[in-house]
Ligand binder design. Structure first.
Ligand code: C5P
Length: 226
């Protein structure tokens, strides 16, 4: 299975002055934990990291230190996640039929989750790892007034990996550019194009590391796993 790792963001919401994936958690850069999980996932055979060229020296040195067996391609990132994935799709080998996309910032996803998604995408066109939401979710307007309360049993929190048929995902990205859609995950492009996306059971610990609090939780989970 081919895997693209969007890793070209900044550290803005983390309050960091550089790519948050280069910050240390449990004695390693955050992206190192993501790469160790992908290295251990037997289904993954090709990995592309989409990142800003200014970070490439650091990424190369992290990859070298981990002594990974799988080869990793570095691909230039875009100014949004959507653009970064688009660049990654152009860099896939031409024989790639399916692809998993996994945010570099989700450094706690397990090899089992990658393997489950790799297996499931062989039988559908699009999927995402997701977990049922535990909180009651409110839709709130710009004035801070609640407008509705969607039924909780229909709500799932989207995670990555997300898996797709490569040809369809490329078409959906191209349509997104044509229509000016701005989305925060790839499943949303499938949905907008009217293509079904299915759910694979995600993991409660598969957090997207966004704030310093998330970093502290990741530190705890990684030391607990050890
Ligand atoms: O900012 P956020 O954490 O939501 O980004 C999700 C993932 O997308 C992260 O792994 C981040 O590095 C990546 N990203 C990217 N290119 C961007 C912005 C974010 O690859 N321009």
């Amino acid at each position: 299975m081919h895997l693209l790792i969007p890793a070209a963001g900044s550290g803005k919401r983390m309050g960091a002055d550089r790519n948050k994936l280069l910050l240390q958690v449990h004695s390693k850069p955050l992206i190192a934990w993501t790469l160790l999980a992908t290295e251990a996932a037997s289904s993954i055979s090709w990995i592309g990291i989409v990142s800003q060229p200014q970070d490439w020296d650091e990424f190369k040195s992290i990859i070298a230190d981990l002594k990974l067996k799988k080869t990793i391609e570095l691909i230039s990132g875009g100014s949004t996640r959507q653009e970064s994935v688009y660049n990654g799709l152009q860099a896939l080998p031409s024989h790639a039929k399916q692809v998993l996309i996994h945010d570099g910032a989700r450094c706690l996803a397990t090899p089992d989750l990658f393997n489950a998604c790799s297996e499931a995408i062989l039988n559908c066109f699009g999927l995402i790892a997701a977990v049922p939401v535990k909180d009651t979710i409110k839709v709130v307007d710009d004035n801070g007034i609640i407008r509705s309360t969607p039924e909780r049993k229909q709500l799932w929190a989207a995670q990555t990996p997300q898996g797709f048929d490569v040809k369809l995902l490329k078409q959906c990205h191209a349509e997104g550019i044509r229509q000016g859609w701005e989305v925060t995950d790839d499943a949303a492009l499938f949905e907008k194009c009217g293509i079904e996306v299915t759910i694979v059971s995600g993991e409660e610990t598969n957090l997207k590391i966004t704030t310093p609090q998330d970093l502290a939780i990741a530190e705890f989970i990684l030391s607990y796993r050890e």
